[in-house]
Write a protein of this length. Sequence first.
Lengths: 431, 325
Amino acid sequence: MSSRVLFKGGRIASAEQSSLAELDVLVNAEGRIEALQSAITPADDMEVIDCQDKVLLPGLFDMHVHLREPGREDEETIESGARAAIQGGFTGIVAMPNTTPPIDSGGMVRFVHTLAREQSPIPIFTAGCITQGRAGKQLAEIADMHQQGAVMITDDGDPVADPYLFRRALEYARHFDLVVACHCEVPELSRGGAMNEGARSYQLGIPGIPACSEEISIARDLRLALDTGTRIHIQHVSTARGMELVRRFKEDGAQVTCEVTPHHLLFSEEDIRDYDTHLKMNPPLRTPQDAEALLEGLKSGLIDALATDHAPHTEFEKNLDFAHAPFGITGLETALVSLYDRLIKPGQLGWDLIVQRFADTPRRLVGQERVSIAEGAQANLVVFDPEGQTHFSREGMQSKSMNTPWLDQALSGAVVGVVLGPNRLMDRITA
Amino acid sequence: MIQELDPRMSRRKDLLDIESLTRDELLFLLDTAKPFKELFTRSVKKVPALRGKTVLNLFFEPSTRTRASFEIAAKRLSADVTNLSIAQSSVVKGESILDTIETMQSMKVDYMVVRHGSSGVPAFVAKHTPAAVINAGDGHHAHPTQALLDAFTMQEAVGDLRGRKVLIVGDVLHSRVCRSVSTAAHKLGMEVGVFAPATLIPSGRPDYMKVFTDFRAALAWQPDFVYLLRLQLERQAAHFFPSLREYHNIFGLTRERFQVCRDQGIYIMHPGPVNRGVELVDEVLTYPRCLINQQVENGIAARMAVLYWLQPATTVLPMEEDAIA
């Protein structure tokens, strides 16, 4: 029985370098990286894993995931969500608190963390609600949730509509140095809408959600953040103008970060042709120009993080007509592969940016230690095969829900290994 | 008497919108509707074209006129017709549309005429059934047979539609009739103008739509047709306009504006049912160039043409086809 594992011949991605380093990784029995060198000579007590042509990168971290437990275990559970995360190359995720009932108390935070410890091989953190029951009327017990380990607060799915209450929430959160994540939308402007308002919504006869609904809300939250000095994180920015607002307030000194989802980079409203509800999410897919601008923002660093907004829904729900089907698509299993196929492989995005925006920054924003492939560090890495292919089939996917536009498609690239400490959570290399 | 289908004009399985039809297909359908209309003056108004076929009127939204029009059209083609009205709310709650389609499919219908309050439902049905699907109105999206009957009616009035002008007045934003009528008019070479409060002018409208902000200027544009859209009265509650009184005063066909239309010989159209005193004043209805009743009559002929043209993907034994011929 070999006690050490040698990942041999792979290329290492890091946040610091755009080029990949050809180094072997030796992991000891305790799950620590014992050596990171070129051409490590295999010894008898080493299991050698051939990583020729593979890319090794730090385990990804998704700060925006809907796990649906408690309440909608038919859509996803902590256990199935964790499996989906591992499948996609994530070794840590943050669950959003819009469950039924919502995660709006210390007890609920403890419940999620307890279930996660029992059922998930990867760390799962939870966000807590800003307001009781996400109703936008009364502050939730933010300090209590914080003490129980909630890593951020948000009423995600809805904004805190009342600006007075939101201002107080920001001030209160600042006291505990908690980051406040903002779902930006003016409900009155979005109401009844199901896709971006524009030429396509006119053609399809689908009520529109105007870009200004999101942008006005972003502007409000940024302005309040500037006054209160609270760290805020704008979730799923979908428009160029929304992103520009973030730029301006960053320049003015607001403590603001923002995220973009893979789907807002890779799709636009023009892809919605046959009323495919797998392209219905909130905020909606915007124009191709918005998607292009967001990609530029991601590259320049104006957009700090990638996040999936993994939102599982049952097939029954997604088979409703476009106007009535729920918003949201899954993303944990498809994020890295789709980004590779559409952006990394064609040379639009480097691996260093993936590590920065999808591993380092999200961990930093929720107060978690940085993960890197370095000597002495705990092993926390993903083995990615650029020559491989992933077919997103119903049988192959781990999530309980299949509501992804990539369903039944085959894309370039595959996650073939996930290592966390001494555990190989996924291994398609030797298997 | 009924012309044979032009062998060069390939048949489609479904009619979901006007957008996907070519100009040739549009013209072909209009030509096909003509002999059907002539049939209505005979003592026997029936032809055997769809004998042995079943047409299902699947209406998720209440409708009496459109449903009756489809029913008569199908019966005049000798098809068997079944009407099914399903409350939309029950579908959203429990049974999915897919479940409904599967149930209907077990009944082996050849044609489904589908109306639904949500855009895209007929397209969804079409994807999941071998029956030919006709969109009888979905959400704000499309009402293709309405556009066909309107184009037919306009053709009857003035002949070739190329270079003619239609001014569409009213709720452009929410109207499936407007989307289909304007698309058909554009494809047939007409100029399209719209006049409505800015709240009801959609931002993503096509470039060819000329937007007027003044009724007088719109009439000075010399339209051949003024097409009044039916105003859904609940739009007032959603603040698209402050009151019916004001709507009528600014955007309705008032007595004065009607006088201008009469002087210019402009034809007046409306998909019905009319809100008297809102979209128009009563006098319009007795004006010789008010085409509203012709629209209703032509609806049957246009829908017969569509039923006649579409080809369900339901399988039939060749022998059976012979027996019908």
